[in-house]
Every structure is written in C-alpha cells, then in structure tokens.
Design a protein around this ligand. Structure first.
Ligand SMILES: Cc1cc2nc3c(=O)[nH]c(=O)nc-3n(C[C@H](O)[C@H](O)[C@H](O)COP(=O)(O)O)c2cc1C
Length: 243
C-alpha cells in the first residue's frame, strides 16, 4: 500500500485513510537531523503550566511511525495529563523506594532479591539506584519531587506481561515520544522509576489504572521546559567493534 500510487492494493487491517500518509520529500540534511538530536536533552525543570491535550495527541501520532518488533496492538499507553493525579501517587512511589532501600540494606532480602531478579534488574537497583536512595533522593517528604520533577504530564506504556517483545517495543515508543515532545517545544525525560512502583505497589497501580495482568514498562514526564540548552553534549562514545 505504501508504494502503490493508484491506491489499488489493499491489505486487511490497514486503510489508506487511517494508516497511509503522503510523504514530503526529505526536508532536512543529516546535519540538521543531528542538530535536532543534539538539542533534545532530558528536561527536569518544568514551568508550572499545563499541556494542552492536543499536544499529547500529536506526540501519540508521532509514536505511530515507530518501528516495532511484534505486530501486536497489546501495548497500551496511559496518559496522565493531570498533575493532581501524579501527586496522588507520589507518596506511595516515594515509600516504595524507601522500602527498596531497606531491602537492599538487609543481607537476607538482598540475597533473595539477587536470586529472584535477573542480573540486569538487580544491578540497576544496586549500582544505579542505591547511591541515590542512600541520599534519600526520592523521599518526597524532603519537599522535592525528584521522581516526576513536578511535571504536569506523565505517559506510561504498559502491556500484558506475556505480550511478545513488549519491553523492546515500549522503549522504542518512548524514545519516539521524547523526540516528538522536543519537536513540539516541550521538554521530556524518560522515567524508569514510576513503572516498577506500578508493578509492585497495588495502590500506585490503582491510581494509574493499569490492569493487574499488565506490566508497566517505561514512562515519560513532559512539560514546558524552564531552561533551554544552548549547547549539545555528546555522551560517552559507544564501544564499537568493526569487523
Ligand atoms: C531507560 C531509561 C530510564 C531513565 N530513567 C530516568 C529517571 O527515572 N529519572 C531521570 O531523571 N532520568 C531518567 N532517564 C534519563 C537519563 O538519565 C538521561 O537520558 C541521561 O542522563 C542522558 O541525558 P540526556 O537525555 O539529556 O541526553 C532515563 C533514561 C532511560 C533511557
């Protein structure tokens, strides 16, 4: 259908009106593309300003162009364009991470977690998260929201636990969403904290209305950025092996 000028080819499940778009000739150079990528940075300071739903809809439209591993419509997106709702969940998420800290500090619980979790998951908690937990970084009683950064909106991707390739797909979708938010002049940061709290804490799950048979995979905080980056930054060079 995407190569048929006369629109004679039809594929079940796809329609020209809903799924096929006219393409403009490539309108940017590689330099402009890299400039766009370089100017996207994680934004963790937001103006106290709500985002119109229409912007979120545009982000969702952009995600429709993302590649996917499994041709499944099982991945769902929950849009929480509602700061009050996010704040309702924050105390529970904060307590959840305080409990994670306690578990990592207990030799017995640590042993059990190491046995139960995949090495990647355990190391994410132990190596990446623990230094922040020890500083009480996610303790909202300190008066600071280092979990969702006072963002007015939160997008949560979730899927049935058994859905094929749902983690990979959701990570690609969230990347597209982050880039789309940036293209709209919004700021965003991928958030790995909200998902585990939804998965392990029934109250957080209930507040965000994620079905019990679903796994929350990844989320994105979005808002109007308070600051604008003047320079881009190249992260660590990826270790590359040319054969
Ligand atoms: C899977 C994943 C989870 C992340 N989780 C968080 C998070 O919970 N909180 C946060 O502030 N940033 C989070 N980030 C953002 C990274 O910290 C950020 O992308 C990284 O520091 C690079 O900075 P940049 O996005 O400005 O280029 C996450 C990024 C990814 C890819």
């Amino acid at each position: 259908m995407a190569v048929c000028d006369s629109r004679a080819i039809r594929i079940e499940g796809l329609s020209y009106a809903e799924n096929i778009v006219d393409l403009q000739p490539d309108s940017f150079t590689n330099e402009q593309f890299n400039n766009f990528l370089a100017s996207r940075r994680s934004v963790r300071n937001f103006k106290n300003q709500a985002i119109p739903d229409e912007f979120i809809r545009q982000i969702i439209e952009s995600v429709r162009y993302a590649p996917y591993g499994s041709d499944s419509d099982e991945i769902e997106l929950t849009v929480v364009n509602n700061r009050a709702k996010i704040e309702e969940a924050l105390p529970y998420i904060s307590t959840f991470y305080s409990n994670v800290k306690g578990m990592l500090q207990s030799p017995f619980m640590r042993f059990m977690m190491k046995r139960k979790l995949a090495a990647e998951q355990f190391n994410t908690l132990d190596i990446h998260l623990m230094p922040r937990l020890l500083m009480n970084h996610y303790d909202i009683s300190k008066g600071q929201d280092n979990i969702t950064r006072n963002a007015p909106a939160l997008l949560i991707f979730h899927a049935p636990k058994s859905a094929p390739e749902h983690s990979e797909d959701a990570l690609i979708f969230i990347t597209y969403a982050a880039l789309a938010a940036h293209a709209l002049g919004l700021g965003a940061t991928i958030n790995g904290l909200v998902g585990p709290a939804i998965n392990k804490d029934a109250k957080v799950r209930e507040i965000f209305q994620v079905p019990t048979h679903h796994e929350a995979i990844i989320s994105l905080i979005i808002g109007y950025p308070k600051i604008h980056f003047k320079q881009g930054i190249k992260h660590l060079a990826k270790k590359t092996n040319w054969l």
